[in-house]
Design a binder for this molecule. Structure first.
Ligand SMILES: [Zn+2]
Length: 408
């Protein structure tokens, strides 16, 4: 049980004890920083809860075999996540290694996206969701080419098909373009746990659980007040402060800490089978797999340059940046914001810059504040990324003039 979890030793021991003694609570909240392994832990809990044997990593039971390719029908995945960086990364690994393990990795990475469109979650009247579910079904068919249980010869691993899968995943992500959980999905889950597969355990994993509107929250709260037997809710968040108290009070809380640099390197080497090299974090590693990452980073740099440039032509957001913020890049928007944060952090470490003008530090703080607001606007309110960036830019420009006018 939990042999493949890197780090988080005491939490894993506690979970193992609870699951073995049948005392694992029916509703839990796992909180911890981004990329600290919350999702992996949740998936392992789900596997351990439904295993027909001892849940060792190589367990041959039917349930574990389905879990390993993320196809266990007793688990439902809800909530949004950044899918593409991992999908690009696992495709790269598949291309490089062409072996059985990389097939597992690839299938799991892709299904983390596809499972959001399970038939269990399908609302008949939602034509947009239905259309995307159809697309997900097509990808699912292509995935059969990579079934690790069929032990494909390396030379027969079809990289072209993998590329097609990646392209179609990109389309799905752009079409769905949803960051918070629609109330219909909570209702469908409620129906599923009450009326299907009597007696079998059901696990509902909700990622970024803080991103719900009022009606979704209320619908979830209703289920959590009286969860049916054999049902387990695992909520994940990197912002526990944003989960409302009425929901929080129904959940047992587990906190996980940031992994050390060495542990992150172990994840890259052991899970992704890559040289960790210069990478100290998982996000850095996954971002490096995004083909467009260089363009995204360049746009972030341009944003900073334009911000500090007081000549007339940079009063508004440049076309170059606007082009990057088009819908096809929506998944990378958070990487764009993260890069701006990185650049402002670098400026703060430059003592000459800091000492030059007391306004500099205040201005950088303002940048950080607005970046956080943009994160929220994008994730919670589903505001278009171009609009968010433009209003952030204009507000900063106004402030810039306020801070620096006297010294200019
Ligand atoms: Zn098993």
């Amino acid at each position: 049980m939990f042999e493949n979890i890197i780090g988080h030793k005491s939490l894993v021991e506690q979970l193992e004890k609870e699951i073995k003694s049948d005392s694992f609570p029916s509703s839990v909240l796992i909180s911890g920083p981004l990329y600290s392994g919350k999702q992996t832990i949740a998936l392992e809990i789900a596997r351990a809860l439904t295993c027909e044997q001892d849940a060792s990593w190589n367990c041959k039971c039917q349930s574990c075999r389905q879990h390993r390719v993320l196809a266990n029908p007793q688990v439902v995945l809800l909530g949004w996540d950044l899918f593409m960086p991992e999908i690009f990364a696992v495709k790269n690994v598949l291309e490089k290694k062409k072996d059985n393990i990389s097939c597992y990795l690839f299938i799991r990475g892709v299904r983390k996206l596809l499972r959001r469109f399970d038939s269990v979650l399908l609302e008949e009247n939602d034509s947009k969701f239905k259309k995307i579910a159809l697309g997900a079904g097509n990808v699912e068919e292509l995935l059969e080419n990579f079934d690790p249980e069929s032990k494909i010869e390396p030379k027969n691993i079809d990289i072209k098909a993998a590329q097609t899968i990646v392209e179609q995943c990109k389309t799905i992500v752009n079409e769905y373009n949803f960051t918070s959980i629609p109330v219909d999905q909570i209702r469908k889950v409620s129906y599923w746990i009450r009326f299907s597969g009597h007696g079998s355990k059901k696990i509902i994993i909700i990622e970024n659980a803080e991103n719900m509107n009022d009606s979704s929250r209320n619908a979830l709260l209703k289920i959590l007040e009286e969860p049916p037997d054999n049902t387990f809710f695992i909520l994940l968040t990197s912002r526990p402060g944003e989960i409302i108290p009425t929901i929080k009070s129904r959940l047992r809380k587990y906190e996980i800490a940031e992994r050390s640099i060495q542990e992150n390197k172990t994840v890259i080497e052991r899970i992704f089978k890559e040289e960790s090299g210069i990478f100290t974090g998982i996000k850095e590693y996954l971002d490096s797999a995004i083909p467009e990452i260089a363009v995204v980073k360049k746009a972030a740099k341009q944003f900073m340059v334009d911000l500090y440039d007081n000549s007339k032509e940079h009063r508004g957001l440049s076309h170059e940046i606007k082009n990057i913020l088009k819908p096809q890049f929506s998944e990378y928007y958070l990487s764009f914001l993260a890069e701006i944060l990185n650049l402002s952090r670098e400026l703060l470490q430059n003592s000459e810059f800091i000492n030059n003008n007391p306004g500099n530090v205040i201005f950088i703080k303002k940048i950080n504040k607005l970046i956080n607001e943009s994160y929220k606007g994008f994730e919670k309110l589903n505001i278009n990324q171009e609009l968010l960036t433009e209003s952030m830019f204009l507000e900063l420009k106004r402030d810039y003039e306020k801070f620096y006018k006297k010294s200019c």
